[in-house]
Design a protein around this ligand. Structure first.
Ligand code: PEP
Ligand code: MG
Length: 326
């Protein structure tokens, strides 16, 4: 079976009815990037930069960050690389001294884009390093923990200024860099129509979206099944986000853990998702599931999925559409 899966490295991620589902990889290390490339990922859909910041005792300077991003871009040989700006906060172990310690409510605190904007120079340095790496291959910038339009506008303004500054300094960059938001805070998901036009792409972060939408700590085992994407509120919200993006022709992916679980692939396709970003290890299993699914059939069953009244109903829908692998 492993051998059969490995054969899929060079096969397209195409549904039975011929629709290409783009599979991007989540990565945070050189090894992940090499594996994503070898498995035929369409690109990197989520590069988590916090690991650069958590490795050492010091905050990496512009040159150190630039070298890391440039190597990432070169490693993907022309496939698109999506670099997420720092998503650190008191919720992650942190030696860099950047995040406030002992915030009473770290998940709701100064994390992600909030921290990047609160610490003078942090975001600018990171944007400069990413922009310099964009001279070596296709790069997009993804902003975590966006809660509404203002943050996107602020990052866009800074990015525009950084590109101008670099041009004046004679540094080579791409002429434009696509800017996207993680949709993982419920306010951003609900209010997306108010700022979709300010974005070039979105990526739905179901790990945090589930946590915030269901008021269930993603790291608290005592909550058991309560922390689950199989909740009608999650499916309805993801569906509405995907519709807003599709209406604008804006690329939309899902990059939470759910994207790496082949059992959930039919559900995501039914909701309208055509781009997934997942850890490289389950990539071939998800590709195999895609190749055994009929997108038209799943879309026709989307209303039944959205009518499901509870987790058991969603599970029944899933059981009924699981592909059979030869
Ligand atoms: C998410 O929240 O779904 C996500 C992909 O980001 P992280 O797990 O890094 O918060
Ligand atoms: Mg997140």
């Amino acid at each position: 079976e492993r051998k059969q899966l490995r054969r899929l490295r060079r096969e397209p991620s195409k549904t039975l009815d011929g629709v290409d589902i783009r599979l991007y990889a989540n990565a945070e290390s050189r090894e992940d990037v090499a594996e994503a490339h070898a498995l035929g990922a369409a690109g990197i859909g989520l590069y988590r930069t916090e690991f650069l910041f958590l490795q050492g005792r010091e905050v990496p300077d512009e040159d150190a960050q630039f070298r890391a991003y440039r190597d990432l871009v070169l490693g993907m040989t022309g496939r698109t690389v999506t670099i997420r700006t720092l998503d650190i906060g008191a919720d992650k172990a942190d030696n860099s001294g950047l995040a406030l310690r002992n915030e009473p409510n770290p998940a709701l605190g100064l994390r992600g884009v909030r921290l990047s904007m609160a610490r003078t120079g942090l975001l600018e340095t990171q944007l400069r390093a990413i922009a310099r790496a964009s001279g070596y291959g296709p790069v997009r910038i993804l902003v975590p923990m966006v809660s509404g339009r203002e943050e996107v506008i602020a990052v866009r303004q800074l990015l525009t200024r950084v590109l101008k500054d670099l041009a004046r300094e004679g540094q080579e960059t791409a002429a434009q860099i696509a800017l996207g938001a993680m949709i993982e805070v419920p306010s951003a998901a609900i209010a997306l129509p108010t700022f979709a036009r300010d974005l070039d792409f979105i990526s739905i972060g179901t790990n945090d979206l589930v946590q915030y939408l269901l008021a269930t700590d993603r790291n608290n085992d005592a909550l058991g099944d309560l922390y689950s994407p199989l909740h009608p509120a999650v499916l309805r919200l993801v569906h509405s986000v995907v519709r807003v993006a599709r209406a604008r022709g804006m690329p939309a992916s899902i990059c939470g853990e759910i994207a790496g679980d082949a059992r959930f692939t039919p559900l995501l396709l039914a909701l309208g998702i055509e781009e997934l970003s997942l850890h490289p290890s389950p990539l071939l299993e998800v590709r195999r599931a895609i190749r055994a699914l009929d997108l038209g059939h799943l879309r026709a069953r989307a209303p039944a999925l959205l009518r499901a009244r509870d987790r058991a109903g969603i599970e029944r829908w899933l059981d009924a559409v699981q592909p059979v692998h030869a």
